[in-house]
Design a protein around this ligand. Structure first.
Ligand code: FES
Length: 329
């Protein structure tokens, strides 16, 4: 049996019993999602009118689109993400931020639309592609055509060890994206942003966006690094303090001081509750530890684990890319 739904105002014919994600895909609309198993909460949508079979996922007038199924006419709303596109450009700046972290600025031929917290695939001409999260400069600035990346130099990294050697300002580059679900949603509860190392890139982009668009929200920011000399984000932390954020914490595993707490970001997490939203980016051990704390407290958690070379694609990203190829956009 079929019926008609509206997704963000667009009419879509759907089968009774199919999930809202599948129903939307039938109308060439992608509801952001990741696990498809009711765990990650990234697919929560609002039922504006009509009804769906929520399959136990209802919270207020929202449901999980991977669990809820079509039961009749309904109008559904969700955040639409920018579709992945390709852009060409050149590297215009390579700046050493710390002994390990390099800031790379790419200037593109036309703007690339993304949500802070998402990532893109960056390919320096002649080198393999890697995935990085665009961010802003440490003073918070960025122009429309600029993509700013923080890249950790790895001694045996095929790409990162060539920054400033074979890859210099003027080098050609391609970028494809955006991908990823760890972007900032609307909300009212406290926002806890946690980074390790170059995981500061997406966390800084999220923090800037939160201070621009969600100023009423309580914000806690924790940035960690193995050693204090690689706490390259200190100018950004100062910016947040000057902007009125009261809980801004820098941690170092090896060195403590008046301004740097000794230990891991996990040691300085506040007690969490269901009203909290956590974003964490960085080494996989840190990300897993924070995810587990959030899970225990029933807090929402959006995680962006960094692997040494390239991150594997989530299911949602694979779907986006497949659909993108079919759509030939
Ligand atoms: S909860 Fe629906 S995709 Fe994860």
């Amino acid at each position: 049996m079929r019926c008609q739904l509206a997704f963000n105002g667009k009419a879509v014919e759907a089968n009774i019993g199919e999930t809202l994600i599948d129903a939307a895909l039938g109308g060439a609309m992608l509801i952001p999602h990741d696990c498809r198993s009711g765990q990650c909460q990234s697919c929560r949508v609002t039922v504006v009118s009509g009804s769906v079979d929520d399959r136990g996922s209802a919270y207020g007038n929202t449901v999980l689109a991977c669990q809820a199924t079509v039961s009749g006419e309904a109008s559904i709303e969700f955040d639409e993400l920018p579709l992945p596109v390709k852009r060409t450009g050149i590297i215009t700046e390579i700046n050493e931020l710390s002994p390990q972290i390099v800031e790379v600025v790419m200037t593109t031929s036309s703007p690339l639309d993304y949500r802070p917290g998402q990532y893109v695939r960056l390919k320096f001409s002649g080198f393999p592609a890697r995935e990085f999260s665009p961010t802003c400069r440490l003073d918070g600035s960025r122009t429309e055509l600029e993509l700013v990346f923080h890249i950790r130099r790895l001694p045996d990294g095929l790409v990162s060890r060539e920054l400033g050697i074979a890859i210099n300002p003027g080098h050609g580059a391609h970028v494809q994206g955006p991908f990823g679900q760890a972007y900032l949603r609307d909300g009212h509860g406290p926002l806890i942003l946690v980074s390790g190392g170059a995981g500061w890139a997406p966390i800084w982009a999220l923090a800037r966006m939160a201070r621009l668009n969600q100023r009423e929200r309580e914000l806690i920011v924790i940035a960690g690094s193995r050693d204090a000399e690689n706490l390259y984000m200190r100018p950004a932390l100062d910016w947040l303090i000057d902007d009125g954020v009261r809980e801004v914490i820098a941690t170092s595993e090896k060195d403590g001081s008046d301004s740097v707490k000794r230990g891991l970001p996990t040691h300085y997490m506040p007690p969490l509750g269901p009203e909290d939203t956590v974003h964490v980016a960085g080494p996989i051990g840190l990300v897993d530890a924070i995810k587990s704390k959030a899970l225990d407290a029933h807090a929402r958690c959006f995680a962006d684990p960094f692997l040494a070379s390239a991150r594997s694609a989530s299911l949602a990203d694979k779907i986006v890319r497949r659909w993108f190829r079919h759509a030939r956009i």
